[in-house]
Design a protein around this ligand. Structure first.
Ligand SMILES: Nc1nc2c(ncn2[C@@H]2O[C@H](COP(=O)(O)OP(=O)(O)OP(=O)(O)O)[C@@H](O)[C@H]2O)c(=O)[nH]1
Ligand SMILES: [Mg+2]
Length: 352
């Protein structure tokens, strides 16, 4: 996503200056007719109509080359990476609050300080986005209880990681971690047309479906949480956006919230495993279930408990060799220009 700190929006209620999101839904807010260059002090009122000076600066900036600003990448920006280098694309899905963004932030924190699966952190084009996602859990934020900002964008945005192998001879590896608001998946599970809009999923190497552990431990909420998760998967299969060769990783989050002595809970987890295995094992080549505590609040759990295991398959070359058969044709139906662009670049990359 572009750096938008030099832009202000003339529309009341637009979150551009707080989150970088465009009220009109433009992936690149520079293209929105309501976005104007920020003049003078950074806290200039967004309600003021743009003056002549603003118009003149906007005109002068019209053909400036936009540069990546270190925040999340749009689909087409992510496509630039997949086109030029070997990259694994991983999409994180789940209901609101399931723990998607926290898991992405934890992956970054673990890789920043540790060797995982023989790989080390070597860089990122979305370093500011990672830092923003990690900030709430850092002591500096002053939060009593660590929290993560809610993801609001309805379209996938990607975090980027470049990794280098421990042995200096090996090639670098790129990971693109896709984050979408939980609301988008909720809509997809209710409406097939909404699920079809997520055709970018046809390209992902791994699809992570996160179930909120905090809901699973609650007897009144757990059955509903399980049903909603299976509905998301079912709806994406019916919409033909999730393909057989995609690695499906079912992740039970917030494992630190469980009472280890609760036998009823243990029985429910066994039931959950058999539900996924009986309903989906024949639809996918590989479906694996994990238990994690990405950012545990309780003692007895290490930071990022179980997260390395989830990452394992993305880092092992052989695990993705079976997925070379991307669909030969572009997705049918309505397709946005940026998706079409990504499709062309991916085809090019796969045949290069
Ligand atoms: N106890 C505990 N809380 C966690 C853990 N992981 C995430 N949380 C908390 O769960 C809440 C929701 O996490 P998010 O990562 O924002 O969830 P999300 O799925 O990205 O939510 P949306 O962006 O709304 O779709 C936050 O308050 C997190 O601090 C964990 O391992 N243990
Ligand atoms: Mg989120």
């Amino acid at each position: 996503m572009q750096d938008t700190s030099h832009l202000v929006c003339t529309q009341t209620g637009c979150p551009l200056s707080s989150t970088g999101e465009c009220l009109e839904g433009f992936d690149d807010p520079h293209r929105c007719p309501h976005a104007k260059p920020r003049i003078g002090a950074p806290n200039v009122s967004t309600d003021e109509a743009p003056g002549d000076d603003d118009e003149a600066v906007a005109e002068a900036m019209a053909d400036w080359l936009p540069l990546p600003g270190g925040y999340e990448l749009t689909i087409s920006e992510a496509g630039e990476i997949t086109a030029r280098s070997e990259a694994q694309v991983v999409m994180f899905a789940g209901e609101p609050d399931a723990g998607k963004t926290t898991l992405i932030a934890t992956i970054y924190e673990l890789l920043s300080s540790d060797l995982i699966g023989g790989f080390r952190f070597a860089g990122s084009e979305t370093i500011l986005a990672f830092e923003r996602a990690c900030f709430p859990s850092r002591i500096a934020s002053g939060n009593v209880k660590p929290d993560t900002f809610r993801t609001r964008h309805p379209r996938p945005r990607f975090y980027h990681l470049c990794l280098r192998p421990e042995s200096p001879a090996g090639p670098q590896k790129h990971l693109l971690l896709g984050d979408v608001s939980g609301e988008t998946f909720r809509r997809a599970s209710d409406d097939l047309a909404e699920a079809k809009k997520l055709h970018i999923l046809r390209r992902v190497d791994a699809f992570i479906l996160i179930l909120d552990g905090d809901k699973l431990r609650n007897r009144k909420e757990r059955q509903d949480a399980l049903e909603r998760a299976t509905l998301i998967l079912r709806s994406l299969v019916d919409a033909e956006v999730l393909l057989r060769h995609t690695l499906i990783q079912i992740v039970i989050s917030k494992f630190d919230c469980f009472d280890p002595g609760d036998k009823n809970m243990t029985a429910f987890l066994t039931h959950l495993r058999s539900e996924f295995e009986t309903k989906f094992a024949t639809l996918f080549d590989r479906l694996v279930i994990y238990e994690i505590a990405a950012r545990p609040g309780a003692e007895g759990f290490d930071f990022g408990h179980g997260v390395r295991e989830v990452m394992g398959p993305w880092l092992q070359e052989s695990d993705f060799q079976t997925q070379a058969n991307y669909p030969a044709a572009a997705p049918l139906g309505q397709i946005r220009e940026s998706d079409a662009f990504l499709w062309r670049r991916l085809q090019h990359a796969n045949h290069a």
